[in-house]
Design a protein. Structure first.
Length: 547
């Protein structure tokens, strides 16, 4: 954090210690308009943050923190295409991929909109042709698409294809989309066992086209395909999505089947680029456009809404309060929307790869905590698994609840029951249940006093646990675009406050390097070098078990 921000953080810490014991419920008692004042809306998306333990004073200090950390100047630098990814000397311009205005967007003095629209048009033509059967495989119309990628080249499209399932189920002939990411051969073999080679389209998605997992899976898919359909059919069945067009050519994928993007698109921000091809194939170019429009609306909101109405800014500030002032270590994302089942995993990469950093932009070790641990599962499943800890555990876990007003699939009263559960959880987390309430309930049940005294402490809920709720009309492509972009900007604001580079990921490198070093030893090569007691022991045990 820069010094001016540190000063405000100190004020926030003092404010927090002065308001210890403040109950969220009391904030409602003291302000009948709290819901209206502590919620905001953009393009139909409601963000309710009233069930967080923050008052006007907290908010005004948090907004001061944002100004003192130069968040607004940094936001402008982001949108202006400055090289804010300083360790890789790159601009960060994934917002341009969803820019549907006539405005120019420049990176390094060049308008990048022409190239973006050209690739999107090529993707649309290709997707339409695959969907209507005019581009076919060796065995006829494509029945299946297999996206081979990992990290940002997998999580985004996999999450979004699942999220928007109702938008592909609408059309019968749309190919089924599968995802392969793991180097574990089980992943690709499970998928290959399901798909007919002669009507399967393989998408090799990799920004760098060097990632071990993707290249290994791509080679396996290619050999399997050649065995089934012959070498000559490869060009009709393989597509590449990458920034490394020389490497895609080397792999043998024709230029006409290669969809490019650029180094100013980070892997975890690439769903809006050619990496979204599998999603476009699933939902069609028109729905893909709506998805982009939702994100663009969120970009406009982030740039133009006043601080007090700015959803990503507020999400970020509340998160910083929880992390740096209250000391909460994790953040749960709980979609009450089964189709968002992969959303928490997607946000894990977005947030933890972006803000899991301990060195500031000044090259010095930070002296405050940065990104929280992000996790979650859809409700109501989580209620029957880990909510026990959220309600009664020793850690306080700020949680985001995501709920649609209407279901895409209306079946009886399922949706009303789902929503009742979501609202009930945020209420229970805030209200809790006192010992007096528990005792009186047990008395009413006719329990004797000794038994009441024994059981009551276990049935008390401390409450006062913070939650925020997103309520949206329905999980449409537009809404999904909005949601993702809101979280992207939240992550950006937090990185700006912590003064870290949210757009590099050097922390993934060491493991990759050591895996390359270890591979020959795992394959059985002898080595005189001692690595360390544990790894040497594991290698020995591994070879013994296999012999
Ligand atoms: O290892 C991390 C990472 O670089 C992610 O940032 C990225 O999304 C993923 O690997 C996949 O990279 P690529 O698209 O270049 O294969």
């Amino acid at each position: 954090m820069i010094d001016t921000a540190k000063l405000v953080l100190r004020k926030l810490i003092e404010h927090h210690s002065n308001t210890k014991g403040q109950m969220i419920l009391e904030l409602f008692d003291g302000n009948p308009n709290r819901f209206d004042e502590y919620s905001c809306e953009h393009d139909g998306m409601l963000f309710d943050y009233s069930k967080n333990n923050i008052s006007e004073q907290t908010l005004s200090l948090l907004l001061e923190l944002a100004s003192s950390a130069a968040v607004f100047e940094k936001r402008d630098a982001l949108f202006a295409g400055m090289h804010i990814n300083t360790t890789e000397d790159r601009a960060v311009q994934h917002m341009a991929l969803r820019n549907n205005s006539a405005d120019k967007v420049e990176v390094d003095g060049q308008d990048i909109m022409g190239n973006i629209l050209e690739v999107r048009e090529a993707m649309s033509i290709f997707s339409r042709a695959v969907r209507n059967g005019s581009i076919k495989g060796k065995g006829g119309r494509f029945t299946d698409v297999v996206n081979i990628g990992i990290g940002g080249s997998d999580l985004g499209p996999a999450m979004a294809v699942a999220a928007l399932a109702p938008y592909h189920a609408l059309e019968d002939d749309v190919p089924n989309v599968h995802f392969v990411s793991n180097i574990d051969g089980a992943d690709i073999s499970d998928v290959l066992a399901k798909v007919p080679a002669s009507t399967t389209l393989f998408i090799i998605a990799s920004k760098t086209f060097t990632t071990q997992e993707t290249m290994t899976n791509a080679a396996t898919a290619r050999s399997w395909f050649v065995r089934e359909c012959g070498e000559n059919a490869v060009q009709d069945h393989f597509v590449a999505l990458s920034t490394a067009l020389d490497r895609t050519a080397e792999f043998g994928i024709d230029e006409s089947r290669t969809f490019g993007f650029w180094d100013w698109v980070g892997g975890r921000y690439s769903i809006w680029s050619a990496i979204g091809l599998s999603l476009m194939l699933a939902i069609g170019p028109e729905h893909f456009e709506e998805f982009l429009n939702g994100a663009h609306a969120a970009d406009n909101h982030f740039q133009k809404a006043s601080p007090r109405e700015n959803i990503p800014l507020l999400m970020a500030l509340i998160g910083v309060y929880h992390r740096n002032v209250c000391g909460y270590e994790t953040h749960a994302v709980l979609p009450y929307d089964q189709h968002l089942s992969r959303f928490p995993a997607y946000l894990q990469q977005l947030d933890m790869e972006s803000n899991g950093k301990r060195i500031g932009l000044d090259g010095e070790e930070v002296d405050n905590d940065t990104g929280p641990i992000v996790w979650g599962e859809p409700g109501t499943n989580g209620q029957h698994a880990f909510y026990q800890l959220i309600h009664q555990g020793t850690s306080i876990i700020p949680s985001d609840f995501l709920v649609a007003a209407q279901a895409n699939d209306v079946i009886g009263d399922h949706h009303e029951k789902l929503v009742a559960n979501a609202f009930a959880q945020t209420e229970a987390l805030m209200l809790g249940k006192t010992k007096a309430q528990v005792v009186s309930e047990l008395k009413l049940k006719g329990m004797d006093e000794d038994e009441i005294n024994r059981l009551a402490p276990h049935k008390v809920f401390p409450g006062n646990r913070p939650t925020s709720t997103f309520l949206y009309p329905k999980l449409t492509p537009f809404v999904l675009g909005q949601l993702i972009a809101l979280y992207e900007h939240k992550v950006f604001v937090q990185g700006a406050i912590w003064n870290i580079n949210s757009f590099d990921q050097w922390g993934v490198e060491l493991g990759k390097e050591l895996a390359s070093e270890l591979l020959p030893l795992v394959m059985g090569e002898e080595s005189e070098n001692v690595r360390n007691g544990s790894t040497d022991g594991l290698l020995k045990a591994f070879h013994q078990m296999r012999s």
